[in-house]
Design a protein around this ligand. Structure first.
Ligand SMILES: NC(=O)c1ccc[n+]([C@@H]2O[C@H](COP(=O)([O-])OP(=O)(O)OC[C@H]3O[C@@H](n4cnc5c(N)ncnc54)[C@H](O)[C@@H]3O)[C@@H](O)[C@H]2O)c1
Length: 311
């Protein structure tokens, strides 16, 4: 009992200190400066195109050297050449499927030999899969879970130990707003992204418990829809579906800024924060009504979604 009271007392003191420093920061508009990562080595998975490419470019602007990893080596090489021609940094493309432990081990060795120890790991590779629980093949489900979720374990298990050894590292996980608030007809995607949220929360806790949190920083990003694919974008336009969308470079800016400020998580655009809060606050019948209405509005999109998935 005495021990419990002492722990509660200490927690209260820390809480008061946090509130006071938060109020002080708010009143005097004290802003934390973004971290300087110039000269550090960043590895971006799925960096050949889309959000991964935009994050790689944003990190190159910060002066990071880059390892771009992708299953699509041709596109990854093109992206690397483009980055090298624009920025005075080292940038090399590596072929690897991040859902395969053997390929992740080979990737780790190759980067180590050619570029050194990775300081910033960006786990971005992922696939979009708007498939309901009863749709698709069994293999579609395992593929989504392996690429979108299990790969984060393989990458972190391989790259974190050398970060701990050198007492410097940052891990950025790309999740999705669908990892905070479920979307209809995307069970495996939502399950994978809710899993990614859990993974980074647990990883953060582990870093704190081992007292690595002063030098190993964890950030998880929850973006809403990003215009990374023309086919999906055209489909959303065609079906008049109202989904707030942002451009990849805007998303990369927000995400890298959060990482450089060492924030634990970032969820954007703002409207997705509201839907996340509603998921927990709105009573069941109202929530069901709103989900059904959203599905009706998007019926054109839903009819065509499987064609888009399979491309
Ligand atoms: N586009 C969106 O609306 C959106 C929204 C929220 C979250 N996200 C997440 O952002 C990340 C990137 O999405 P995107 O829209 O840029 O996708 P994208 O399809 O444009 O690009 C993904 C890249 O990952 C690569 N990739 C796929 N599987 C891989 C594997 N097994 N190993 C290595 N590389 C692999 C692809 O070749 C491709 O270059 C994903 O994790 C996605 O879930 C995207």
């Amino acid at each position: 009992m005495n021990k419990l009271l002492s722990v509660l007392g200490q927690a209260l003191i820390i809480l008061i200190q946090e509130i006071v420093s938060g109020l002080f920061g708010f009143l005097f508009r004290v802003k934390k400066s973004p971290k300087n990562v110039s000269g550090q080595l960043a590895l971006v998975t799925g960096g050949a195109r889309g959000l991964g490419k935009a994050i790689a470019i944003r990190l190159a602007q910060e002066g990071c050297n880059l390892a771009i990893c992708d299953v699509n080596i041709e596109e990854a090489q093109k992206t690397s050449e483009e980055i090298r021609s624009k920025f005075k940094i080292e940038c090399i493309a590596f072929k690897a499927d991040v859902s395969d432990t053997q390929q992740v081990a080979t990737l780790y060795n190759e980067i180590g030999e050619k570029m050194g120890t990775v300081d910033i790991l960006v786990n971005n590779a992922g696939i979009l899969a708007p498939l309901g629980v009863l749709e698709g093949e069994d293999s579609d489900i395992t593929r989504v879970l392996n690429i979108n979720l299990t790969s984060h374990f393989w990458m972190v298990r391989k790259f974190l130990p050398s970060m701990i050894e050198q007492k410097r590292g940052q891990i950025l996980g790309i999740c999705s707003a669908a990892g905070k608030s479920s979307i209809p007809f995307a069970a495996s995607y939502c399950a994978s992204k809710f899993g990614v949220d859990g993974f980074y929360r647990a990883l953060f806790d582990d870093m704190c418990l081992y007292e690595y949190n002063d030098f190993i920083k964890i950030t998880c990003a929850f973006p809403g829809f990003i215009n990374t694919r023309n086919d999906l974008e055209n489909l959303l336009d065609e079906t008049n579906e109202y989904i707030p969308r942002v451009q990849p470079d805007y998303a990369a800016e927000k995400i890298v800024e959060a990482m450089l400020l060492e924030k634990q998580e970032i969820l954007f655009p703002f409207s997705y924060r509201i839907s996340t809060i509603m998921e927990y606050l709105v009573p069941l019948k109202t929530r069901i009504f709103m989900k059904r209405e959203a599905c009706k509005q998007g019926s054109g999109l839903l009819e065509k979604r499987i064609n888009v998935t399979r491309k």
